[in-house]
Design a protein around this ligand. Sequence first.
Ligand SMILES: Nc1ncnc2c1ncn2[C@@H]1O[C@H](COP(=O)(O)OP(=O)(O)OP(=O)(O)O)[C@@H](O)[C@H]1O
Length: 612
Amino acid sequence: MKIDTSQINAIRHKDGPELVLAGPGSGKTLVITRRVQHLIDQYHIPPSAILVITFTKAAATEMRQRFEKLMGGRRVPVSFGTFHAVYFMILKHAYGYTADNIVKEEQRLQFMKEYIRRLRLEYDDENEFISSLFSEISLIKNTSVNLAHYYSSCCGQDVFRNIFEAYENFLHQNRFIDFDDMLVYCKELLVQRPDILAAWQRKYQYILIDEFQDINQIQYDIIRMLAAPQDNLFIVGDDDQSIYRFRGARPEIMLNFTKDYPDAGKVILDTNYRSGAEIVRHAGNLISFNQKRFEKKIAPAAKTGIPVVKQEFQTQREQNLYVIQEILRLHREGMEYKDMAVLFRTNMQPRFLMEMMLDYSISFTAKDRIPNIYDHWITRDLFAYIDIARGDRRRSTFLKIMNRPKRYLSRESLPYEEVAFDVWEEYYEEQGWMVQRLEKLQMDLKVIAGMRPYSAINYIRKGVAYEDYLREYAEVRRIPFEDLADVLDELQENARGFETFDSWFEHIKQLREELEEQAKSYKVAEGVNLSTLHSSKGLEYDTVFLVDVNENVMPNKKAVLDADLEEERRMFYVGMTRAKNRLYLLWSHQIRNKDMDPSRFLIECESAQTKR
Ligand SMILES: Nc1ncnc2c1ncn2[C@@H]1O[C@H](COP(=O)(O)OP(=O)(O)OP(=O)(O)O)[C@@H](O)[C@H]1O
């Protein structure tokens, strides 16, 4: 491998702040590991004075391994760690914390579950609610937002404040800290104790940081303190790959680095050694549409490359079938499944393709937790209707749906564990209109029993008016009705191919077993990678399929502000640049019966934006 001039310049940097702007596949890991080697071998810096920070544990391990290989297996005491690991170490020395002081995920979850149950709040999916609460709590701690002025998107302001304070109490009482506290406490400590700060400044005289574009304000504040007064701060990152804004990442920090450090040197690594020429060209065109970025032109190391495949389909099913055929073809030609990836914008999207891949016996690895649609509360409601239509008479099943839509039926009207319609009607014999409602329900159930799954769902939506219930539900909670309708659409689409309920339920059972098996099996790492754009960061594959490249999906419909749209574009850019040789950009005219437009990104990657 011939190290290029920019890489050499970065590797040879000695003192003072330095910004290395690195494009995708441009050898960031190579530069960091070689610079550490250079500091030790050429500039005679003691290895223990060098600190390398990465964003994930996996990245730290990989970095250390690559470095040790470079040093010929020689173990040298350079420190490699994540921000959290380093900051926790500082706290450990100051306060005598041990690993037991770090609150475990199960402990947090259990506390939160019990606490919100006590508050008797209304939510449908407890896990989802808790996960939104935790991400908002984390955002507040990381950005030092004033709780009094914070508006939660998952519950009312007072309720949120109450939960936040209760969670903090729970931590304090148990002498626990969570991941966000590590940062907050570390900053407080270093501000209040100049002696401790000075000791750490003496210890780590050279600091290198990878993936700097994803740093948040508090992480940066601490690093600045630690690096002072020499400011031997070597930061490597790609502002175009910053995709964690929702977690508090601030790419502006990287963009403003040379303002904070006017003496900082700057190197741009602008050769992409990973991807073919056509992929690099398309990705470069796309990202040129972002306004807030360092201007840089990334060139491919390869002179040629396979053309990017851009294809449209009538329906999402046709698109997925095409992906499956291509995967099978490439596999027949000798490519391993693990060298291919299908990338999605959200973790809901892979479900449909996953089911189809099971039918074609293609093994796959899902990188993210993919919620099972058959566990969704709306699905459970629909299945309750179907179960009753098929003879289920349990009171608990009736209770689920009897007022969805509203029928004003009371729980007292069902005193027995088993439900009989004639007994039920007797309860209401004085109220003729209620009897009529029960008769209508009974008739609906008969109709459903005689239908195929696809039509049955349609009938429950429209004929039974379950959709009216969802509309009202959405209105009360001020959430978009479309998000709920999406679940119905997806379910209905899944039911399409099945003649009978038995065959559909059998398929669902198999799917569940298969997914559990997949989760356990060691072989999963050998399957086609199904991943969100977020989780694909830092990885590379021979072949990448970007599917559902439609407006409202990529970019996501929730991206309204310019800043959101730029983040969506960066996500797409990260996805495209994971591909070494083959890149497919696919979209369909219809997704779950809804007419869809192609994504603007398809046009943008055709030619670069001419600068105004
Ligand atoms: N000078 C070079 N000549 C040939 N190959 C190189 C050179 N520099 C780096 N590479 C190779 O290019 C590939 C990409 O490098 P690396 O994984 O470090 O990229 P990266 O900058 O971390 O990418 P990303 O930000 O997209 O995740 C690696 O396989 C690496 O060995």
